[in-house]
Design a protein around this ligand. Structure first.
Ligand code: PLP
Length: 417
């Protein structure tokens, strides 16, 4: 599929063309044109990604790495080309530093179960922030329980920003790992990760960045960031579900024990002793999710072709417009007003339950997410059970924001608020 005309200038998207690339958008839901504003949960897929999946199963499907026949060679080549694509996409030092996972959650669990188990001992501290997704809380909690280590939490201020001065107070020689989200899925806050990483390193701690929300729109350069680990999910970057990547510095990955035992992660097996494969294969036991890994490359190429600067400019324009328009809706209170934020607008109405709003918007064909967004502690911080969250992508338009606003205004009126 040609994408030649998708970009009309480095900073302006041809939005009609972009929308044509995503077949799912062209449907009615409950008798109304679909307005998909749930992109922080998952993004829709361009035709090139869907085609890559189909093409792989129609032409190349075979198990990888172990075959010498032509299909096995083609499948292996396509799989490894995605590793190269991810390596260039986030600028790792080498492709061997890219491990395929099921997604962000799997990547964090891998690091907790390997690096964590090998390096955290009784009395050590792991630091996370108050705005983490459950995926970046629970694995560390489990590890801390097992090792009798301490989980420390950086507080979040009323705007939904990390309190850096409090972070500095938490750091000490006991800190072994800092694991924070780059961009909050619930509030859209862009965290000052460069400073967080530098401060952690000054204290001898390693840093994991949860890149689930940052990888689509921000230029990611893991070498410049100097993080020790970076994780993201394919399905948030217009790619398939069930696939993601973990970046780890070679020196860490080499020292880490394997995650799971099985095929591909071994060099040789006897009943007496097994020796392990080199990185990254040491962490890729069993037949991986080959087709979705292959299609992830198509998603990365799509982003590269559209251009992150054009994507970001569009997302910034929508966010600014959305903030302005939604602020004028009676009784609407925004949650998360950080100075640096992207992509997400979370809000509540004092007397209308968020879930009801989600249902009533769905009746108008508008898809938003309601609830705690897998960040229950953050919701508690704001004294809430949940919010309504509208999150944007490159195919959303100002007209769709207008439809959201109009929908909310009608709901407010109907409920007599
Ligand atoms: N971290 C953040 C910030 C997220 O937004 C998400 C998904 O919503 C995750 C982690 C978990 O990602 P996944 O479910 O793809 O593993």
């Amino acid at each position: 599929m040609s994408m030649e005309n998708t970009v009309v200038s480095p900073t302006q998207l041809d939005i009609d063309k972009v929308r044509q690339d995503f077949p799912i958008l062209h449907q009615e839901v409950n008798g109304k044109p679909l307005v998909y504003l749930d992109n922080a949960a998952t993004t829709q897929k361009p035709q090139v990604v869907i085609d890559a999946l189909t093409y792989y199963y129609q032409r190349d499907n075979a198990n990888i790495h172990r075959g010498i026949h032509t299909l096995a060679e083609r499948a292996t080549a396509a799989f490894e080309e995605t590793r190269q694509a991810v390596h260039r996409f986030i600028n790792s030092n080498e492709p061997e530093e890219i491990v395929f996972t099921k997604g962000t959650t799997d990547g964090i669990n891998l690091v907790a179960a390997t690096f964590g188990r090998a390096n955290i001992t009784e009395g050590d501290d792991i630091i996370i922030s108050g705005m983490e997704h459950h995926s970046n809380i629970v694995p560390w909690q489990m590890l801390c329980e097992e090792k009798r280590a301490n989980l420390k939490v950086i507080p979040v201020n009323d705007r939904g920003e990390i309190e850096l001065e409090e972070y500095k107070k938490l750091l000490s020689e006991r800190t072994k790992l800092v694991s924070v989200v780059y961009v909050s899925n619930s509030l859209g806050t862009i965290n000052p990760v460069e400073e967080i990483i530098e401060l952690a390193h000054e204290n001898g701690a390693a840093v994991l960045l949860d890149g689930a929300q940052s990888t689509t729109y921000l230029d990611i350069d893991v070498q410049a960031l100097n993080c020790d680990f970076y994780v993201f999910s394919g399905h948030k970057v217009f790619g398939p579900t069930g696939v993601g990547a973990l970046y780890g510095k070679r020196r860490h990955l080499e020292k880490m024990p394997p995650y799971q035992g099985g095929g591909e992660m071994i060099r040789s097996v006897s009943f007496e002793k097994t020796t392990y494969n080199d990185i990254p294969y040491k962490f890729e036991a069993g037949t991986p999710n080959i087709a979705d890994v292959v299609a992830l490359k198509a998603a990365i190429e799509y982003i590269n072709q559209v251009g992150k600067s054009a994507m970001r400019a569009h997302e910034e324009e929508l966010l600014e417009y959305g903030h302005r328009r939604l602020s004028a809706v009676p009784n609407l209170r925004m949650i998360g007003t950080a100075e640096k934020k992207m992509n997400v607008i979370s809000f509540v109405f004092e007397d209308i339950f968020h879930f009801d709003i989600g249902q009533m918007l769905d009746a108008r064909g508008i898809a938003v997410r309601t609830g705690h967004h897998c960040t229950e502690p953050l919701m508690s911080r704001f004294g809430l059970e949940g919010t309504v969250r509208a999150s944007f992508a490159i195919y959303n338009t100002k007209e769709e924001v207008d439809q959201l606003v109009e929908g909310l205004q009608r709901i407010v009126k109907m409920m007599g608020k």
